[in-house]
Design a protein around this ligand. Structure first.
Ligand code: TXA
Ligand code: MG
Length: 298
């Protein structure tokens, strides 16, 4: 655990090296990583031991940086100008070519953005000049941390640095509002009350259950030992495919490439998709969870 300006310098060094760092925000402590680097984002999942991928919130310095990543209409701009920096997350259409790793959005065409008010997180955003993906800094299944000690108890030994700024102001995750449909939808109630109630379908967008979650239109066959005719094979390790998640069998690399490779398979001329076996260990658990959903009959 560390605090003060040296802690931010060290945190920035680790972020640029692709490592996640626990950071205070005004809501809860977050486990931050470079949102432009898929392997850095995969290491968030590795540290949390999360058995599935769900889209993460991207933290940015200000509205100007946010507009490089997402498309803002007048309504989005008005909410951002009024409530940022602060505990409001906006889900918006992802801009074409935005420099955000596909693992951050779990392959979705939308992205969740917020400008945190906490000076330590603001300082890290300024020092790294990168957008930072950051879910709550707790191990999977544990409650969100509102003190550095909570992070230490939950993730100690799994991450290199916890920046300590005492207790968080709100102690509750940010309010999430989606502006991707006709009307604003409250996806997660939080510290900021905008007078919206959770939409009937709002909870469908809770972790792991996003109905709009990217699923290939083509049939997907798992644990494939080779490609059959008319299949696009996504390889792993020694099993080389049309594309390969990681030739060296590295699960961090595989997680970082997973959504891009599913999209690529979908766009390929082949009518079917096959995927090599992925070990059910570490990040492989989350990768296989995603693949099983992709392969589930619809
Ligand atoms: O207060 C907070 O927001 C904390 C601190 C660290 O900033 N962060 C946080 O992040 O709670 P995270 O990544 O755990 O929040 C992820 C939630 C998902 O469960 C999902 O509900 C929503 O954000 N979300 C993210 N991207 C989305 C998208 N493209 N569409 C719909 N929902 C999305
Ligand atoms: Mg959480």
């Amino acid at each position: 655990m560390a605090y003060g300006p040296e802690a931010i310098t060290e945190a920035a060094r680790l972020i640029r090296a692709g490592q996640p760092v626990a950071m205070p925000t005004e809501t809860v402590y977050g486990l931050a990583a470079d949102a432009t680097n898929g392997e850095a984002v995969a290491r968030i999942y590795e540290a949390k031991g999360r058995p599935s991928f769900n889209p993460l919130i991207v933290h940015v310095r200000d509205l100007a940086q946010a507009t490089e990543i997402a498309a803002f209409d007048d309504e989005a701009r008005a909410l951002a100008e009024r409530y940022w920096p602060g505990p409001l997350t906006l889900v918006l259409p992802l801009r074409d070519g935005a420099p955000i790793a596909s693992l951050v959005t779990a392959g979705l065409p939308s992205v969740a953005l917020r400008v945190p008010a906490h000076p330590a997180m603001q300082a890290l955003l300024a020092a790294t000049e990168r957008p930072l993906a950051a879910p709550s800094a707790n191990a999977s299944g544990r409650i969100s941390p509102t003190r550095a000690e909570h992070v230490l108890a939950s993730l100690g030994g799994r991450i290199r640095l916890i920046v300590d700024a005492g207790q968080t102001a709100h102690g509750l995750e940010s309010t999430i509002v989606a502006l991707t449909g006709d009307a604003p939808r409250l996806l997660r109630p939080g510290p900021l009350d905008l007078g919206l109630t959770v939409a009937a379908d709002g909870m469908i967008e809770a972790p792991g259950q996003l109905r709009s979650h990217y699923a290939p239109e083509k049939p997907v066959r798992l644990n494939a030992a080779d490609a059959r005719p008319d299949e696009w094979l996504i390889g792993f390790g020694a099993l080389t495919g049309n594309a390969t998640l990681s030739a060296s069998g590295d699960l961090v690399e595989a997680a970082a490439k997973l959504f891009e490779m599913l999209h690529e398979a979908e766009l390929s001329p082949a009518r079917r998709i096959a995927v090599a076996p992925i070990p059910e260990t570490g990040l492989g658990v989350a990768i296989n969870d995603r693949l099983r959903r992709a392969a589930a009959p619809r």
